[in-house]
Design a protein around this ligand. Structure first.
Ligand SMILES: Cc1cc2nc3c(=O)[nH]c(=O)nc-3n(C[C@H](O)[C@H](O)[C@H](O)COP(=O)(O)OP(=O)(O)OC[C@H]3O[C@@H](n4cnc5c(N)ncnc54)[C@H](O)[C@@H]3O)c2cc1C
Length: 550
């Protein structure tokens, strides 16, 4: 590393370089199950610093083969995407400018926290609606790299739908603009030659030669963050070739994102929620289908464990809400106290509708209440303004963070944390999933985006104990096989990273994974960007980096 640091300084690298033990320890974790100690953390000041870094790593790669660059923004990745053993590039310090916001689009640097970005877009009455539950913690760069989604993805889809242009530093150490190209524009890029021309030429040839196979490999779910999104890059019908589709969700394995242009949507003027309390989960699969048929704007849920922990660790919410918010939350929970005294419901569902007028929203919420009568729910609460449902919304969004921060003797073990099954299969799928959780004796919380069939199952485990670690592989195999049996995806939004990368062949088969690997080599021939993730992940490497202590 000394040679690298020296060369960077000579080239006039403007940002900071830090190899102190304390900083390396801090960057050895993200929100995943893993830990890897990096050698150096760099805080680039600008795009020119990124170019210098890539150039020097290229130069030294043959003499120091394990040199690599892993991008990191807020470090909330749950699949281990933001940690590695060589250089970590932190975008959250200097890449924090929101450059331009208009009613329908915004240009920003990747290290901007989503919560700050939203403050700016709301001034135009607009939002980027794929924000995750970690909206208070995550950056827009991490959202792009993971192809994140959240409560509004049922209506709007994920981040991939909202990226219109990316500026990226690729393996040639040069900045490039990625945006949708027409066929003539693609041809002129190829003609221009150089690294960029070759990259377009090779990828186009790969996509053309395997066109039908690649289109057929697209998972049949409404959300997917696994593999490389090859099926949406080239469309013979429209003649559009769009590399943003490949880069969104590629977890920094193809290059570094230095600038993003997002499409925005106007905020809906009115929304309301039906809150449902379920005594047991009988009929949940059927109920989900009934709700989805009414096209709600969002449909979220969390279970009894999450609710109990939210009540037990109530003061925790002061961190995100402040004292005023905490008081408001407590006050709003008083009407529910009677219900909760009778026993904690097994599942709480939040079904949201939007509309042009409050009356339209109230009518939709009420119609859903009537529609759910046959399910004999424990209780329902109508809220035509969303103000009353806010307390449950906060619990749902904060559920994972609460578990991470508060449960002292056990640790959150995200390894079956993001599965997606098409809603029509949930009637059969859910009881089988619960049976596996029981078989492995896991205390697991379940929350998720019901409308997409996207479940976050987060076991709490003493992962430092060998007997607990031994459950990971067989349990994951059983759950994954079940998900794939029902034509699902292993990750709706949290991506592959270290945890799901080794399972890509299970999901896509060898032939498609080979195409993913060829894609990685086109962009990153020397393997400098975020190794051990996605197609380069191996179960042995990942498992040898499971956290040993917390
Ligand atoms: C409490 C909690 C709740 C969560 N809920 C959700 C949820 O509802 N939906 C969801 O999708 N996710 C969720 N997540 C996971 C995570 O928050 C999101 O994926 C988030 O978008 C990651 O953003 P980040 O800034 O923390 O990225 P990081 O963790 O820093 O990085 C994520 C990935 O992006 C890459 N990357 C970062 N910046 C760049 C860049 N400039 N160029 C290239 N690659 C880059 C990294 O290498 C890494 O692979 C949750 C996490 C937590 C802790």
């Amino acid at each position: 590393m000394d040679a690298l640091v020296e060369k960077l300084k000579k080239l006039g690298f403007e940002g900071e370089l830090d190899d102190s033990q304390e900083t390396r320890q801090f960057y050895s974790h993200d929100a995943s199950l893993f830990e890897i100690l990096p050698e150096l953390i760099v805080f680039p000041k600008n795009e020119s610093d990124l170019q210098k870094l890539v150039a020097v790593v290229n130069e030294l790669k043959s003499s120091t083969p394990n040199l690599s660059i892993t991008a990191r923004s807020a470090g909330t990745c749950m699949s281990g995407g933001a940690i590695n053993d060589s250089i970590i590039v932190d975008f959250s310090k200097h890449f924090t400018a929101i450059e331009q916001v208009a009613p329908r689009s915004a240009q920003t640097q990747p290290g901007v926290l989503y919560r700050n970005f939203e403050k700016a877009t709301l001034q135009q009455k607009a939002i980027m609606p794929s924000f995750p539950a970690s909206r208070e913690l995550a950056t827009v760069g991490g959202m792009v790299a993971n192809n994140s989604g959240g409560e509004k993805s049922l209506e709007y889809g994920k981040t991939e739908n909202f990226v219109s242009k990316l500026r990226v530093v690729l393996a040639d150490a040069q900045p490039h603009i990625l945006k949708p190209l027409t066929k003539p524009e693609l041809e002129s890029k190829i003609k221009a030659g150089g690294f960029e021309g070759q990259m377009y030429q090779k990828l186009f040839a790969l996509l053309e030669a395997n066109y039908d196979k690649i289109k057929a490999a697209k998972p049949h779910v409404s959300k997917n963050s696994t593999g490389y999104n090859l099926w949406d890059v080239w469309d013979r019908q429209t003649g559009v070739f769009d590399l943003t589709k490949l880069f969104v969700g590629s977890q920094g394995t193809l290059g570094l994102v230095s600038d993003i242009t997002f499409k925005l949507v106007q905020e809906k003027p009115h929304s309301g929620v039906l809150v449902c309390f379920m005594k047991n989960l009988n009929g949940l699969g059927e109920l989900i289908n009934t709700v989805v048929a009414t096209k709600p704007a969002s449909f979220e849920a969390f279970d009894n464990h999450t609710l109990s922990l939210s009540i037990k660790f109530f003061p925790y919410f002061r961190k995100t809400l402040g004292w005023k918010g905490l008081f408001k939350l407590g006050w709003q929970l008083i009407p529910d106290a009677f219900l909760l005294f009778r026993g904690i419901p097994k599942m709480i569902l939040l079904i949201e509708y939007t509309g042009e007028t409050p009356a339209e929203v109230a009518q939709k919420v009420h119609a859903m209440k009537l529609g759910l009568k046959p399910y004999k729910l424990e209780a329902t609460e109508e809220d035509s303004t969303e103000a009353k449902a806010w307390k449950f919304r906060i619990m749902r969004r904060e559920s994972f963070n609460l578990l991470r921060k508060k449960v002292k003797d056990k640790h959150t073990a995200p390894f079956i944390d993001d599965l997606v099954v098409p809603p029509p299969y949930l009637i059969e799928f859910l009881p089988k999933l619960q049976a596996i959780i029981k078989k492995y004796n896991l205390l697991a919380t379940i929350a998720g985006h019901m409308g997409d069939g996207n479940f976050h199952v987060i076991p709490l485990m003493k992962i430092e104990e060998a007997s607990e670690r031994a459950k990971l592989e067989p349990c994951m195999r059983e759950v994954n096989e079940l998900v794939l049996h029902y034509k699902g995806s292993l990750s709706g939004e949290h991506n592959d990273g270290l945890i799901r990368g080794p399972w890509l062949e299970e999901m896509y088969g060898k032939e498609i994974v080979d195409l993913f690997k060829q894609t990685k080599r086109i962009f990153d021939p020397q393997d400098i960007f975020n190794p051990h993730k996605k197609t380069d992940a191996t179960w042995d490497y990942s498992m040898s980096h499971v956290r040993q202590k917390f």
